[in-house]
Design a protein around this ligand. Structure first.
Ligand code: ADP
Length: 160
């Protein structure tokens, strides 16, 4: 049985992430989406909220689990018996950072490989931060995130 980990901040999950999740779930028996909690950035959504939003959005994919983790991704991957990590590449700007991350992870844990999914061109421009930016100015985000996520973003921003 092959287990893959898709780690990220997912603050919040977008259609770009969901596209990668769907495709990665097709090539693994079990895909664990790992919500990273110890990132240096201050997130808009709590760990629980980010996990819930992903769970609500992947209900129809049976082999996907969503968990949060802190610490090193490779330690989380080992704990879950994963053999590969999944990451997404949107543009050349992602490449340098992703390459460095994959290389350090390979150094830390040679038995775990990183597999990259190139973005679905429909979502190449999409990032969690751009969605938050557009919604802050009341722009339409319905093509960027599922309805449940859009609602939570607007609710959160009303409270700000
Ligand atoms: P991180 O903070 O770890 O970069 P993100 O939640 O921003 O976490 O992204 C997680 C992964 O998903 C990264 O590898 C990122 O490049 C990828 N990703 C984000 N948005 C998209 C998208 N629109 N298409 C493909 N991959 C994406």
């Amino acid at each position: 049985m092959t287990t893959a980990i898709y780690p990220g901040s997912f603050d919040p999950v977008t259609y770009g992430h969901l596209d990668v999740i769907r495709r990665a779930a097709r090539i693994s028996d079990r895909l664990v989406v790992g919500v990273l909690v110890n990132s240096e950035k201050v997130p808009m959504f709590s760990e629980e909220e980010r996990v819930e939003m992903i769970r609500e959005s992947v209900q129809d994919i049976p082999n996907v689990e969503v968990k949060s983790f802190s610490g090193l991704t490779v330690d989380f991957a080992r704990k879950e018996n994963a053999t590969f990590l999944v990451r997404g590449l949107r543009a050349v700007t992602d490449f340098e950072y992703e390459l460095q991350l994959a290389q350090i992870n390979q150094k830390l844990s040679p038995e775990i490989d990183t597999v990259f999914f190139t973005t679905n061109l429909k979502y190449a421009y999409l990032s969690s931060s751009i969605v938050k930016e557009v919604s802050r100015y009341r722009g339409d985000i319905s093509e960027f995130v599922p309805e449940n996520v859009a609602k939570r973003i607007y609710d959160k921003q009303k409270k700000e």
